[in-house]
Design a protein around this ligand. Sequence first.
Ligand SMILES: O=C(O)C1=N[C@H](C(=O)O)C[C@H](O)C1
Length: 296
Amino acid sequence: MELSGLYVPLVTPFTDDDRLDLDALAALAAAVLDEGATGVVALGTTGEPATLTRTEARQVVDVCAAVCAGRDRQLVVGTGTSSTAASVDLIADLDPGATAALVAVPAYTRPSQEGVVEHFRHLAAASPVPLVVYNVPYRTGLSLTAHTLHRLADLPGVAGFKHTVGSIDDTTVAFLSALRPDVSVLAGDDLYIGPLISLGARGAITASANVSPRAYAELVSAWRHGPAHHARAAHDALVPLTRALFAEPSPAVIKAVLAAEGRIASPRVRLPLLPATPAALSAALAYRDAPSAPLR
Ligand SMILES: O=C(O)C1=N[C@H](C(=O)O)C[C@H](O)C1
């Protein structure tokens, strides 16, 4: 299994009275795949997994699995907790339709680097599918060294990384410059897709692509295959929209845009997230309509 190209971490649509809108989810999954995504991510950060019941999470995965199976496309499923034992139970129960499991570094507890490696060693041994390690220090509270990242890449059963560190830092450069060829890195920060692919990442997991899947699929493809001036132009054109979609805690603005377009019935997010402000929605709609507007 090759992890490359654009993966869209789908929003989880809710109705105004707070039920799952599974029809809207299926339509969204089909649309992003038909517009160029390699696969979808169910229960990524963008899917608000912390606020879903276990039954709801299962329903979300079932819907995404059916759409992906119908199109022979990849499904990555977000799973895992800060407890190794609980994560092993969850992962052993993963939908057989999943291509890979996206597992964040355990949050809040702040284990040692060695503890993180042991956590993933246990999960990889229990998982029916390959793991994608989700390295997101600004959410987990824990930074990994390049040495730890390389040790994780060496674990049997680890197929890739979602690298989401909010910058191109020394660790990122050291990690990517000596990466095993059989392990894929996917950019997890929408603004850093180009820089990360130019350092060796093979694709991206990009929430902004819920809004404009084709444009972000072309962006990933341009950075992977060139020419460089085309990739730069595609990047410059999408920076304002990307920034507007993340102007407030995600996925509030993304859901507001999708609701304004009638692609989901409600912009509802669950607490502690708040709905997007009207100003944030207007800015995002303006940049969606004029993706080459100058950066502000
Ligand atoms: O849904 C995800 O998974 C994503 N996570 C990143 C985050 O940490 O917010 C952003 C990315 O666009 C999608």
